[in-house]
Design a protein. Sequence first.
Length: 223
Amino acid sequence: MGKPRCGVEDISERTFAPLSDKWPRKHLKWNFHLANDIILKTTRAAFDLWAANSSLTFERDSLNPDILISFREERHAMLYSRQNEPCSSAFRGPNGDVAHAFFLTGDPNFVSEVHVDKAETWQIQLTKNPPGTYNLFQTLTLEIGHALGLPHTFREDSVMFAFVPEKTFSVQFTLEDVLSIQHLYGAKENAKVPKVITTTPTTTTTTTTIATTTTKDVEMDLY
């Protein structure tokens, strides 16, 4: 069995995404379909990392998102942008491709979907994940990068590395990550040098198997 990874195909001989692969605006809206408050907090933190290291800003909009995240499983449909057409990438069950996202197409009405494998056991809070679980925050940070136009990198310490890292918390941007997103969208106003923003671990732990929709602290009704 292969090592768990992002399901987006690797793009060879490309370090930076071409300018045509970026959003035409710097304020983007997102939503995580049917997510509870804990998952929304974790998702917002992942977007905040990209905002902190670029000129981008984000807000949640459940009605008209630019980036739409959802739990999917096995062979599944696109949730929004292709009107329930089959997704081109099926999940294979636990410990395979844990998530995937879709690059921009140039369509002005395009919604970039991020699919997270419902069959995996996810650590949904902003804390270090226990053994045998995947860190949702780390995974979302990577997939949001794809939705913004960034491909995989071959650097194992990058947030855009395809395979699930041995250490998934804290999530830390490399200089390459910062330069890549700023290549597309620019730096924050008045930023003098690239500043790498990271997360800091806390002590509370909550895990969930999405298929059963239960956690230590909260019951979830995702579907």
